[in-house]
Design a protein around this ligand. Structure first.
Ligand code: HEC
Ligand code: HEC
Length: 352
């Protein structure tokens, strides 16, 4: 029963991310004529030691590639990637989306990215077009990576090329219908240079880092169609099923509101991300701290500086409390009944 509910929630999410777009004008003819894609170039990013190092950092920490593109080691705290399987891909069966595969990105010729060109990878990462020309399912966070600077993009790709080749045959993603071809409306070609981010203040640097680390993909709740809810940025309530552990946790509110994490200081933030524990309270392994723990102190400090500038949002999400319907984010989560829907959020709901 719980299983069926979970599957239901995810099918609803997966399906509806895109249905939403279907009924807006943005979709147009894309489902029929295919995604917007620019032609491939024969660019080859120069392999430099600086890029290799920066690329490793983004892959293993800053852009969280490793957590989604590697089999988890469930015997270890925080579910880090299995040693020897880094970047070798995995299916999404663990998250109740068994039809989806985050592909093997290692240079294995038969089962990985060995035959893909640098620009195939570049176009996939920032523009959502797979090496085979297909629109990628938006759990691959290309909408956020669109802001990845050209230099960071080159670095990630130089690093991918240097990964040890791992043979790991996996099924291809088979997006069910719906959403099926509706995801064709999501990719956006990038034809102008993407400059280095503004890092003039810790807050601005933190904004870029938080975006690359895709924190909002989990920490901002979505409506029944999968659209992120306006006014609830980083306010939690997004359900994350862990099929193998047999439960669903929700992301929590990380805004400075009293119902969020107002009591955090820089030291507690760094300690939480490094240990997966808020002092004595252990975080669920669905919070990928085992990836983010590899971020430098400086980058974590900048991320925290940015989080402190977020608009405080009143929304209690507490995974230790019983699951109850929530009038604010309209899902069912721990402590849902501690929230009251304001007329404003109801209006926002209707507008969606
Ligand atoms: C939140 C999970 C997640 C993160 C983080 C993530 N990916 Fe993905 N990625 C996926 C999934 C899932 C797919 C498959 C989508 C599909 O098949 O429609 C994918 C697809 C891709 C593809 C397309 C391969 C092809 O078929 O051409 C590339 C390349 C890729 N990812 C690289 C990366 C890199 C590099 C990073 C880090 C900068 C990254 N991904 C971060 C989940 C993720
Ligand atoms: C894959 C989904 C996911 C991503 C991505 C993610 N989180 Fe989380 N996060 C969670 C979940 C789920 C929890 C709640 C865990 C619990 O209640 O045990 C959580 C909890 C937290 C907490 C603890 C809050 C508390 O209860 O005191 C902090 C802080 C946090 N996340 C920050 C971040 C930051 C910063 C990022 C990006 C660098 C991030 N998260 C990315 C899922 C995610």
């Amino acid at each position: 029963m719980a299983m069926r509910r979970r599957v239901g929630a995810w099918v609803a999410f997966g399906v509806l991310v895109l249905l939403a777009s279907a009924i807006t004008a943005t979709v147009g003819w894309r489902p029929f004529i295919g995604p917007a894609a620019r032609p491939l170039t024969d660019v080859r990013f120069e392999r430099t030691p600086a890029r290799l190092e920066r690329g490793r950092y983004l892959f293993e920490a800053g852009a969280a590639c490793i957590g989604c593109h590697s089999e988890w080691d469930r015997t270890r705290d925080g579910h880090p990637a299995k040693v020897g399987a880094e970047g070798a891909g995995r299916t999404w069966a663990d998250e109740d989306l068994p039809w989806m595969t985050a592909p093997n990105l290692t240079p294995d010729v038969e089962t990985g990215a060995g035959t893909w060109t640098d620009d195939m990878l570049a176009r996939a990462i920032r523009e959502g077009i797979g090496h085979d020309g297909r629109a990628l399912f938006p759990i691959m966070p290309y909408a956020r990576f669109a802001a990845m600077s050209d230099e960071d993009l080159a670095s990630v790709i130089v690093y991918l090329r240097a990964l040890p080749a791992v043979r790991n045959p996996l099924p291809k993603t088979a997006v069910p219908f719906p959403p099926g071809p509706l995801i064709n409306s999501l990719p956006r070609p990038i034809t102008a240079p993407v400059p280095a981010p503004d890092v003039s203040t810790p807050e601005r640097k933190g904004e870029y880092l938080v975006r690359m680390a895709v924190c909002a993909d989990c920490h901002t709740p979505a409506d029944a169609r999968g659209n992120k809810l306006p006014g609830l940025d980083f306010a939690g309530g997004f359900p994350l099923p862990d099929a193998k552990a047999g439960h669903t946790v929700s992301s929590v509110n990380i805004t400075p509101d009293p119902s969020g994490i107002p009591y955090y200081d820089e030291k507690l933030f760094i300690q939480t991300i490094r240990t997966g524990r808020v002092i004595a309270r252990e975080l669920d392994d669905m919070m990928p701290w085992a990836t983010y723990r590899n971020l430098t102190d400086d980058d974590l400090k900048a991320m925290f500086a940015y989080l402190k500038t977020l608009t405080p949002v009143k929304h209690t999400v507490d995974n230790s409390l019983p699951l109850t319907p929530c009038p604010v984010c309209k899902t069912t989560h721990g402590g849902g009944d501690r929230n009251t829907g304001s007329p404003r959020s109801l209006l926002q709901w209707r507008r969606n």
